[in-house]
Write a protein that binds this ligand. Structure first.
Ligand code: ZN
Length: 233
């Protein structure tokens, strides 16, 4: 039998408590069974979860489609979000747009996803989830300032005035159209962000994980279309 992780040869290594043969990979030291009864341990579960999340499936939908439990979907989602590696950006002298999107949380509380995209390439450079405070937003804006931007267009939120240098900051109407259109895609593709429904987020942690996965999938898909990388998780 071949390893499910690295595809090298496995040797027999005793039995599981349910009596099934256990195998040990000699290369990566990973114990495994040849056939699993529980769907969560099968190959490609993580890829499937990512694909379902970015195609407007909630936690319960994924749990029903893959026939695994809700808590497994939640823990796997958090784990995937932590392990993602974002592509590195090296572009300079570009034009960016920054905006924030309000989200209804449990108990009619509101939370914000603020993010910054490149107007030309449409890549999401950075994002932050939470209240709109300077403390929360400074990290994501700093990442863009590192790229030596030509100009950053925002709305008239006062926080941006303090965080972005005056020479490159513009707060004008109709100059954030690209990112406003991106909000629409986000609201359509992530179930918990859609408006006038009963879907909502319970915890900021989960919201951040799902938004992270969406932006990562969007960026890697863009790169994939340009033929720069192969699509792997
Ligand atoms: Zn292995």
């Amino acid at each position: 039998m071949n390893c499910k992780k690295c595809d090298s040869i496995c040797i027999k290594n005793g039995f599981q408590t349910n009596g099934k043969q256990r195998y040990l990979c000699k290369y990566c030291n990973h114990n495994q069974q040849e056939v699993y009864t529980y769907n969560a341990y099968k190959k490609n579960t993580n890829e499937k979860i990512v694909k379902l999340i970015v195609n407007s499936c909630g936690i319960r939908d994924i749990s029903r489609i893959l026939t695994i439990s809700k808590t497994t979907v939640i823990s796997k989602t958090l784990k995937i979000a932590k392990s993602l590696q974002w592509p590195a950006f090296y572009e300079t002298d570009q034009i960016y747009e920054a905006d924030e999107l309000s989200i209804k949380m449990k108990g009619m509380k509101y939370c914000y996803v603020s993010y910054i995209i490149n107007r030309k390439t449409k890549f999401v450079i950075s994002f932050c989830v939470g209240r709109r405070t300077n403390e929360n937003m400074k990290n994501s804006i700093y990442q863009v300032l590192c790229l030596n931007p030509n100009r950053i267009y925002t709305d008239s939120l006062p926080n941006y005035k303090g965080l972005i240098p005056k020479e490159i900051h513009r707060a004008r109407k109709y100059q954030t159209n690209t990112i406003e259109r991106f909000h629409l895609s986000l609201r359509t593709h992530l179930k918990r962000l859609s408006r006038k429904t009963i879907c909502f987020s319970k915890s900021i942690e989960m919201l951040e994980a799902v938004v992270n996965i969406y932006f990562w999938a969007f960026n890697t898909n863009q790169l994939y279309k340009k033929g720069k990388i192969s699509l792997t998780l």
